[in-house]
Design a protein around this ligand. Structure first.
Ligand code: FVH
Length: 280
């Protein structure tokens, strides 16, 4: 079993530290505000002491400003690997990588595709990028947390894919919440509606690989569902929502993208053409 330090005992940090302890790793923890504990872990009095306790240091803080503040208290990182599982942008990840290199350490950025309750359980995935050598050295320990997938030597790669996947999630949840709001506002039973919505979204999800093919080929012509038809249908969703006393905020950005695509002469193309309209 190996030694690992976890910096940050928020909801996710606690889950990470608990998983390391559960797998039998010697685990040291540090949190800015005292009083947060993880059974079975050693509590360090300072960031420097926490970093000194293990060659593998996992940080999971509220944002990367907090990570820089912690690094300022860390001292030398010679011989250390910082695995930063804090949510941030690709540019921020590269900035943290540069700070870690200045302190003499190696850097691996990470994006957690899981909620705390999923850590060390089925379905949890963590994306990593940065030093492949450091990742390979500590892969077995990191796999305690979740499936570990290395996305490339660019420190920003994990953050990019993390944010892309989460963008898909937020878009999906926006649609789900709007659908629930419509059914509830009309007096429907959202519990009965939930499996219908799940089945419908699952069926639509099957089109994702085909959409990727369209994007790669740049061929958006369709015999399934043309943008011009969707443009005529969208006002129905928006009007029906307003009639139910609902804000159509979730639908309006899609309507704007479709309008722009049709105005640009792409009315015969599939919805996937909207990827091109998202470009600045
Ligand atoms: N929770 C989740 O579902 C998601 C799943 C995917 C990944 N995210 C990201 O993970 C990061 C941490 O999230 P969290 O849920 O643990 O967040 P909190 O419970 O709010 O804990 C935040 C910790 O950050 C510490 N902290 C804040 N500011 C500072 C600072 N200036 N210096 C040092 N530490 C700082 C905070 O400490 P304290 O308030 O207890 O003193 C907590 O330990 C996050 O990037 C998610 O996007 C989670």
């Amino acid at each position: 079993m190996s030694s690992v330090t976890v910096i940050g005992l928020g909801l996710m940090g606690k889950a990470l530290a608990g998983a390391f302890v559960g797998a039998g790793h010697r685990t040291t923890v540090w949190n800015r505000t005292p009083g947060k504990n993880v059974a079975g872990a050693q509590h360090a009095e300072s960031v420097a002491a926490a970093v000194g306790a293990a060659d593998l240091v996992v940080a999971c803080l509220v944002n990367n400003d907090a990570v820089h503040q912690v690094l300022a208290q860390a001292g030398s990182l010679a011989g250390k690997v910082l695995v930063n599982l804090t949510n941030g942008t690709p540019s921020q990840a590269r900035e943290v990588a540069a700070s870690v290199a200045e302190l003499g350490g190696r850097y691996v950025d990470g994006g957690i595709m899981a909620v705390p309750q999923m850590i060390a359980g089925p379905g949890a995935l963590v994306l990593y990028s940065g030093s492949q050598e450091a990742f390979a050295e500590h892969r077995a320990t990191l796999e305690t947390l979740a499936e570990a997938r290395f996305m490339g030597a660019d420190a920003g790669a994990a953050a990019l894919y993390d944010l892309a996947l989460l963008s898909g999630m937020y878009g999906m949840f926006g649609g789900i919440y709007h659908a629930f709001a419509m059914v509830r506002a009309a007096g429907g039973d959202v519990r009965e509606f939930a499996p219908m919505l799940t089945a419908w979204l699952s069926a639509m999800m099957a089109a994702t690989p085909e959409a990727a093919e369209e994007i790669v080929s740049g061929e958006y012509a369709t015999e399934v569902s043309a943008l011009a038809m969707n443009q005529l249908a969208l006002p129905n969703f928006i009007d029906a929502s307003k009639e139910l006393g609902l804000r159509p905020d979730v639908l309006l950005p899609i309507q704007r993208l479709i309008d722009r695509a049709v105005e640009a002469g792409h009315g015969g193309d599939s919805l996937t053409r909207l990827v091109e309209m998202i470009k600045e």
